[in-house]
Design a protein around this ligand. Structure first.
Ligand code: ACO
Length: 372
């Protein structure tokens, strides 16, 4: 047996949800470039779950279902008020989603209809949880979701600030959610599928996925990119910072990808959005710094930006606190996680690979008093 480090290139399942072929990302056969400019996030959710784009009536029904399940239990809000100050936002999300299961009488119902309903609830409640966490830690009362929201993007921005968000912000958020919704067998999706392949419940699967997304080599990279931009501080410092980082073999967050070697197709949409929002807010500095970093890192290392690189300046232009970037990724990716979990349940087999053992052999037990 020979191990493949990081399972690179290993095909671990069949899936009809999304594909990356020759650098092109599709959801259910639709090119991300097409969906990014034409589809709403709710259309994408429907597409991922049901395998087709919704009719007008099906879309309205989905939006109504999401609105009807977007409130979170008072007990969860009370529990979140007990989280220590300074709690990591992804740790809070992971704990809160695990807690949600305790208040769902269907949590362990493995019937297909119950699982689909739980997918709807998770998608509907995750934005409410993230917004509530942010308000509670800032000493504010959570804002209940609108029962007649037109989109998750609108409702989420509204719940964060209590103000009606402007259309530009809603559209940018909606497009970012479309771009992050699914990505074949990425680490968090794989974690979710491994968990439910034991026939554990969907909340356990999503909780596992959140834990995997948290890391800086995966979803946590978007926060790390913003931390780097803040650290660099100004356009004038970019050259020396990057030269130093590359000379010291430091990883530049938001660059590189296990699957894409010629660039992540989602990055250009986020770059465009970052430029537009920079112009609108009258602050082009984050965008200009990002472009300069890209020139240097791509020029000197051949590494291209991934989805996380320009999303950092996009969210910052939308006025969003840095440590909410990865939870926002989760608000989007829960659509893909749940689609994959439902697919796993529909044709399940335990996921249990092997390890190439490299430890000692033929050891003999020695009584404790004889050991050195
Ligand atoms: N900065 C500098 N060098 C890099 C970077 C980077 N961001 N990414 C890869 N490299 C270098 C590695 O040091 C390595 O060089 P070496 O062969 O001289 O040792 C080579 O490129 C191959 O890199 P690996 O880390 O082995 O590639 P792997 O496929 O295992 O990792 C990953 C992919 C984790 C995305 C990596 O590129 C990385 O750490 N990037 C930064 C973190 C990041 O942006 N993650 C988000 C990815 S997208 C997402 O998950 C949503």
């Amino acid at each position: 047996m020979t191990a493949t480090q990081g399972l690179e290139g290993i095909v671990a399942t069949t899936s009809s949800i999304s594909s990356i072929i020759d650098g092109v990302l599709t959801y259910r056969g639709y090119d991300i470039d097409d969906l990014a400019v034409n589809a709403s996030f709710e259309e994408v959710i429907y597409l991922l779950w049901y395998g087709k784009l919704p009719t007008k009536q099906e879309l309205e029904q989905l939006v109504a279902q999401l609105n009807s399940h977007s409130a979170i239990p008072a007990e969860l809000i009370a529990a979140m008020k007990l989280y220590p100050q300074g709690t990591n936002s992804m740790a809070a999300l992971r704990s809160a989603i695990s807690t949600l299961a305790l208040y769902d009488p269907l949590a362990d119902d493995m019937n297909a209809d119950a699982n689909l309903l739980k997918a709807i609830k998770l998608q509907a409640q995750l934005p409410t949880v993230v917004a509530a966490f942010d308000r509670i830690r800032n000493g504010l009362e959570p804002i209940a979701p609108k029962a007649d929201a037109t989109s998750i993007a609108q409702n989420f921005l509204y719940m964060l600030s209590g103000q009606e968000p402007d259309q530009v912000a809603v559209q940018a958020m909606d497009q970012a959610l479309v771009l992050h919704a699914d990505h074949e067998l990425n680490a968090s999706t794989f974690a979710g599928r491994v968990t439910v392949a034991t026939l554990s419940d969907i909340y356990s699967g999503v909780t596992s996925a959140i834990g995997a997304l948290k890391g800086p080599l995966h979803g946590g990279a978007n926060e790390a990119v913003m931390a780097m931009l803040e650290d660099i501080g100004s356009l004038d410092n970019v050259d020396s910072y990057i030269a130093d980082a590359l000379a010291n073999k430091k990883k530049i967050m938001g660059f590189g990808h296990r699957v894409y070697k010629n660039g992540d197709p989602r990055a250009k949409h986020l770059q465009k959005m970052s430029a537009e929002l920079g112009k609108l807010t009258g602050n082009m500095e984050w965008y200009d710094m990002s472009v300069k970093i890209e020139d240097l890192v791509t020029g000197q290392k051949g590494l291209k930006p991934n989805v996380d690189f320009y999303s950092a300046s996009v969210y910052t232009s939308l006025g969003i606190t840095r440590d909410l970037f990865t939870p926002i990724f989760a608000i989007s990716r829960v659509s893909g996680w749940t689609a994959h979990i439902l697919e796993q349940f529909a044709n399940n087999r335990l996921i249990r690979p092997r390890a190439d053992y490299t430890g000692p052999v033929n050891m003999k037990y020695a009584p404790i008093e004889t050991r050195a």
